[in-house]
Ligand binder design. Sequence first.
Ligand code: BMP
Length: 211
Amino acid sequence: MSRLIVALDCENALEIAKKIADYVYAFKVNYPLVLKKGLSIIEELSDISKVIADFKIADVPHISSQIAECAFNAGANAVIVHAFVGSDTLSSVVRLSKNYDGEVYAVCELSSEGGKEFMMPISEKLAELAVKTGCSGIVAPATRVERIKTLRKIVGNLKIISPGVGAQGGKALEALKAGADYVIVGRRIIKGDALKNIKEVIKEMEGLYGN
Ligand code: BMP
C-alpha cells in the first residue's frame, strides 16, 4: 500500500489526481484550492481517492467542529486540526468525526523554520494531547526527522503523517525510517510531470522495503 499523501496545492488538482491516483494513499487539499474551487473539489476528489481536508482548524470548539462538519459533508475522510488550541477543541472535532467515521490529525510541529520557535518546545505535550483526546494521528515534520522519532515514542500506534519532503528539503525515506506512517509531498510531485515525479519519489522510498 502506498505511503504517499500528495498535497494538491494547485489549480489543476483534479487533472493531476486522475493521473496519479494509483500511486497514492490519499490526497490532501488545502485552503488555496478550496477557496478558489469551493468545497465541491473535495467531493470530486473523493470519487478518486481518500481526501484529507487540511484546514488546520484552530478555533473555539463549536466553530471548529462546524468546519470539520463542512469538510466531512463534502466527502473528506480526514481533517487536520491544530493541537495548540487545546483539549476542548480537539475533543469536539474528534466527537464530530465519529459521526462520519472520519479521522482527525493534530498538528504538533510545523515543518517550517518557524515551527521551531513556539511549537517545537511544546510539541511533545501536544502529541500527548492528541493521544488523550482520541485523535487518529499527528502531523510531524519530515524536515527534522529526529522530531518524528521523539514524537513516535509519545503517540504509540497513532498514525504520523509527515510533510516537508522534497521542496522543503526533507527526504521521504528518512521520515519513514524515523517512524512516519505516511509522507506528505506537494511541489516535488505536482510541479511538472506529476506521473514521472511520483514514480521517482516512490523509487527514493524503495530502500525502506529493499533492506
Ligand atoms: P510541499 O511539499 O510543496 O512543501 O507542500 C507541503 C504541504 O504540506 C503543504 O500543503 C503544506 O500546507 C503542508 N504542511 C507543511 O508543509 N508543513 C507542516 O508542518 C504541515 C503541513 O500541513
